[in-house]
Design a protein around this ligand. Structure first.
Ligand SMILES: *Cc1c(COP(=O)(O)O)cnc(C)c1O
Length: 367
């Protein structure tokens, strides 16, 4: 049985995006963010492809995500970006993951495991420079570093922070980011003054990569830009969306002037027309907020979506055109008008959310 709605993921676009990102880096390392099922693109395929295309490390949110890709052949460092629970400390050691800590809570747990089974663990310290989500306060970092180094089986592999508004262009946001950069630099100097030299410092997400050259340090963390969305209209590099959400027309029907379409009768035909029903709906990640407010592309032409978006279908006005069942439909993807960014703008969110919302029912196909 064939599911007609697919997310076609173009891995050579991924490779090109990585190449173009590298042109900014001058030897700085590249960490590919693959959390949340690689922003909906499929975590295993994107992780393996990232490694093949030369990523220096991968970033995930959870220990579970990390184990999944480790078990599927990833051998480069896997950095667990978010705090993990104490009970997962064993798994972090066993799967050779790189955790990021905000405090000392997990240290004795790592130590217990490593004493029992041998080995060493390199971890990251996270510095909270203003996002106020995770991380040690700047003034607590030195003590935390010393505590880590007091265990002979633990080392500090890296240090990082995350920006709260690197994508924003308002003056107050730029000032906020500048301040975060300064705080991070001060933390590094303070560690250095105490003879603690840390190799892998990183701070830049996609937005900082484009807008703040002095955020690169030793490595950058590429998320949304990797998937083809630069996050800013004034990007200095070219990237292309790597995912096309496609389906096929399942029914073509005649509608008479005066008839309404879909739940809530929110759209009424002002002349006789034809509609195409396409089997993709809000269960597949097409926000209901796009009801009467999106287009799709069929045979190279754009057609408006009519009525409410249903759980499993959308209804497209194809006028008098010769559209047949099983014709291919682009919902969004590598298209100027129909992409995750234009869709996000319409529903008041960011392209990250549009991509991660692509449902489990949509098969990911790699080309
Ligand atoms: C998700 C995430 C990123 C990537 O953010 P983008 O905006 O997608 O580039 C970078 N760093 C951390 C800590 C993250 O959680």
């Amino acid at each position: 049985m064939l599911n007609f709605t697919v997310a076609e993921v173009n891995l050579s676009n991924l490779e090109n995006n990585m190449k173009n990102i590298r042109t900014l880096l001058n030897g700085v390392k590249l960490l590919n963010i693959v959390k949340a099922d690689a922003y909906g693109h499929g975590i295993v395929a994107i992780s393996n492809a990232s490694e093949r295309f030369g990523a220096d490390a991968l970033g995930v949110a959870t220990v579970e995500e990390a184990i999944k890709i480790r078990e599927n052949g990833v051998s480069i460092p896997i950095i667990v970006l978010f705090q993990h629970y104490k009970k997962d400390s064993d798994l972090v050691c066993r799967y050779n993951l790189t955790p990021i800590i905000s405090n000392d809570e997990c240290l004795p747990y790592y130590n217990d495991y490593l004493n029992k089974y041998g080995g060493k663990l390199g971890l990251y310290i996270k510095v909270d420079t203003g996002l106020n989500r995770m991380g040690a306060k700047p003034e607590d970092v030195l003590d935390l570093a010393k505590k880590v180094l007091s265990y002979n089986n633990l080392s500090i592999e890296g240090i990082n922070t995350h920006y709260a508004g690197a994508d924003m262009t308002e003056d107050h946001a730029k000032e906020f980011t500048r301040n975060q950069i300064n705080i991070f630099n001060e933390v590094l100097s303070n560690l250095k003054a105490n003879n603690i030299n840390i190799n892998n410092a990183h701070t830049a997400n996609s937005a900082a990569l484009i807008s703040y050259k002095d955020t690169y340090f030793d490595m950058i963390r590429a998320g949304i830009i990797l998937y083809g969305y630069p996050y800013s209209d004034v990007s200095s590099i070219e990237v292309k969306p790597i995912l096309n959400l496609k389906s096929r027309v399942i029914l073509v029907r005649n509608i008479k002037k005066g008839e309404s379409i879909s739940y809530g009768m929110t759209w009424t035909a002002n002349k006789d027309t034809k509609v195409a029903v396409v089997p993709v709906g809000y269960a597949d990640g097409i926000s209901r907020k796009l009801s009467n407010n999106w287009e799709v592309k069929i045979n190279g032409k754009y057609y408006p979506l009519r009525g409410k978006i249903c759980m499993d279908s959308i209804i497209i006005d194809v006028g008098n055109d010769n559209i047949k069942s099983e014709d291919e439909v682009l919902i969004f993807g590598d298209d100027e008008r129909l992409n995750a960014k234009t869709m996000a703008d319409k529903v008041g969110t960011i392209s990250h959310e549009v991509l991660v919302n692509i449902g489990y029912r949509v098969k990911r196909l790699y080309i």
